[in-house]
Design a protein around this ligand. Structure first.
Ligand SMILES: Nc1ncnc2c1ncn2[C@@H]1O[C@H](COP(=O)(O)OP(=O)(O)OP(=O)(O)O)[C@@H](O)[C@H]1O
Length: 587
């Protein structure tokens, strides 16, 4: 990542997100900021020429002029400070708006379909997408807003003060200042490029460090059983060290940039006097009195110092610009990956729909149709399943068995659309959810919120829309799942709890709660991936019986032979992609 064309393209794309229309709120805020900043500049100019007026009234010993000038100066200063504060306030508001717009934009793609899964599990070229969305976007918007008003106003101030400087010093003043600025910019550009690359790397390491802490937080219990404190301490410190090492290197590179910026600042302040000295020594102001000359010098000095100041401010922004460039690359990379994945997903969906419309050979009671499907694990050549043809239809419960790592869950991933098959055709002829298929993954999933929200998940609202009837259903299904006591612990279905469900439920309780959810959703097809592995055989029997009574067709992965009685087919996966599909005989 550098300050190159790619940076410009990514930056412009982000700007298009931040300012989607001319009438958008962000544009209006920007225009207001421009108005306030311009007004501020007008007042600054008036404040800037006050010292020269003081020279004049003091030189002429004009007391009433002095009083008037002091009154005007006080008013201008109050106005100036108010405008400056407003400027800051609008910048802060813009920061919040930008963050909202950009984060929501990224969320839209991130949570679309299974993009978040693909990005986190299968896409290895994008590191820490969570950190990019939460931290990098925040820093990008903060840095942008901190330089917004300075950047926005600079064309106006540069134009105005160049004209003023030209009027007072002729072409020599503005031209020498411009040349000075161009040299400064070229030097700074060279110093900034390595910083951008380093910053991108530093943010990656920052994400890795945070992830390590998150890993400990989520797995605190198993880690504590292993007495993993010492080893995790070493590993976490190791990540911290490499992060700090990169930060030190970044600071080393920034040192050269700061040397460049400060030299530019101080040489600039001398340059302003050189610009004024030229007409003074060349005799342009030979006929002026000393008081008049000092007033004129003060006025001219303000103009040229201000012009140099404008350029210096731009150069001073170099460190902010290099930060913005770093974050732009990280957010830009994420945006590109998100757009690519969501486009791919849309393509797949439309292709699936096209097939759905054209191919009407599949009977209406079929959920999945697999034709000569082969699949291997992502980024590996290991063949898990070869040429599997299968139809999963209503009433034909299927049990998938096989040794560890033979691809049982992988087959479910293909059915669920998380993975693509390497060969063959997989059709899902039903929908996800209450009228179609619901998956219970191997690791139960809970969200934050009340007990009701856990049971009705992923539905957002009560289903069906009948308050008390729904409550009764939930209570009944919690009882069927053997979780009536949970209701007492939570203090009711809708009691807000501030605990983490993973910490307070045992693995068995988690599986029971997943079943309560399944009963509530009551889909036509239930895909259960070792969903009763933490429960006794008796409880397993109970839960499976309830599923059958509720009319669900089951596709289960499991190791226990006791499961066979609930299924009519058994698919055994063997090593090397081999498989056997047999009908289970009833005694
Ligand atoms: N995201 C992934 N990237 C690469 N390989 C993976 C990924 N997920 C799983 N695998 C590999 O794919 C193979 C099949 O995994 P799968 O989870 O389907 O096994 P399984 O048959 O369900 O095993 P188990 O009985 O232990 O649940 C394993 O060798 C596993 O290491």
């Amino acid at each position: 990542p550098r300050l190159d064309l790619q940076f410009l393209q990514r930056f412009l794309r982000i700007q298009a997100v931040l300012f989607p229309k001319w009438s958008s709120q962000n544009v209006l805020m920007f225009v207001t900021l421009l108005g306030v900043a311009l007004l501020e500049q007008l007042v600054i100019y008036q404040v800037g020429v006050i010292p020269s007026q003081y020279y004049e009234v003091l030189g002429n010993k004009d007391f009433s002029g002095f009083k008037n000038l002091t009154a005007v100066a006080l008013c201008l200063i109050v106005l100036n400070s108010m405008l400056k504060s407003f400027d800051q306030f609008i910048c802060n508001l813009m920061y919040v708006r930008w963050r909202k717009t950009l984060t929501e934009y990224l969320h839209r793609y991130y949570f679309q379909g299974q993009v978040y899964y693909t990005l986190n599990v299968l896409h290895e070229d994008i590191d820490n997408p969570d950190q990019r969305i939460s931290q990098d976007v925040e820093r990008f918007c903060r840095q942008m807003s901190s330089m917004a008003s300075k950047l926005l106003i600079s064309p106006f101030t540069l134009g105005y003060y160049t004209y003023q400087c030209f009027q007072r010093t002729g072409w020599l003043g503005p031209v020498s200042i411009f040349v000075y600025f161009v040299i400064g910019t070229i030097v700074n550009k060279m110093l900034m490029s390595p910083i951008v690359a380093k910053l991108v790397h530093q943010e990656k390491l920052e994400g890795n460090f945070r992830f390590k802490h998150m890993q400990i937080r989520v797995n605190a219990e198993p880690a504590a059983f292993y007495r993993a404190g010492r080893v995790e301490h070493i590993r976490t410190d190791c990540r911290l060290q490499s992060l700090l090492q990169t930060q030190r290197e970044l600071m080393g590179k920034e040192l050269w940039l700061y040397i460049g910026i400060n030299t530019f600042d101080y040489v600039g302040s001398i340059l302003s006097y050189v610009v004024i000295a030229i007409p003074v020594f060349s005799g342009v102001y030979g006929d002026l009195e000393p008081a008049e000359l000092s007033a004129l010098v003060s006025k001219n000095a303000f103009v040229s110092i201000y012009l140099i100041g404008c350029f210096t401010q731009l150069i001073d922004l170099s460190s902010t610009v290099s930060d913005v460039a770093g974050y732009t690359h990280r957010i830009g990379e994420l945006e590109e990956a998100l757009l690519k994945l969501s486009r791919k997903q849309n393509d797949c969906e439309s292709r699936a729909n096209a097939k759905w419309n054209l191919d009407r050979t599949a009977p209406g009671d079929t959920a999945f149709l697999l034709e000569r499907v082969s699949l291997s694990a992502p980024s590996s050549d290991k063949l898990l399943i070869k040429d599997l043809s299968l139809r999963i239809s209503q009433g034909n419960n299927l049990l998938i068995v096989g040794n560890t790592g033979t691809g049982k869950t992988s087959l479910l991933r293909v059915l669920g659309g998380l993975w693509k098959s390497t060969h063959g055709n997989v059709q899902m002829l039903t929908c996800f959810g209450t009228h179609g298929v619901v998956f219970l993954p191997q690791r139960p999933f809970f969200t934050d919120g009340t007990l009701r929200e856990q049971v009705i998940y992923p539905l957002k609202e009560i289903y069906p829309v009948s308050g008390s009837a729904d409550d009764e259903r939930i209570l009944r299904f919690l009882e069927l799942a053997g979780l009536s006591d949970l209701l007492v612990r939570t203090g009711g279905l809708d009691q807000q709890v501030d605990w983490n469900w993973y910490d307070i439920l045992s693995p068995g309780e988690m599986q029971r709660l997943s079943f309560a959810r399944l009963f509530y959703l009551q889909p036509q097809y239930a895909v259960l991936d070792e969903a009763t592995s933490a429960l006794t055989e008796d409880v397993e029997n109970e839960l499976y019986r309830t599923c059958t009574l509720l009319g669900m067709t089951l596709v289960s992965v499991g190791h226990r032979t006791s499961l066979e009685k609930f299924h009519s087919w058994i698919l055994k996966l063997c090593r090397g992609g081999k498989w056997e599909l047999t009908r289970i005989k009833r005694e």
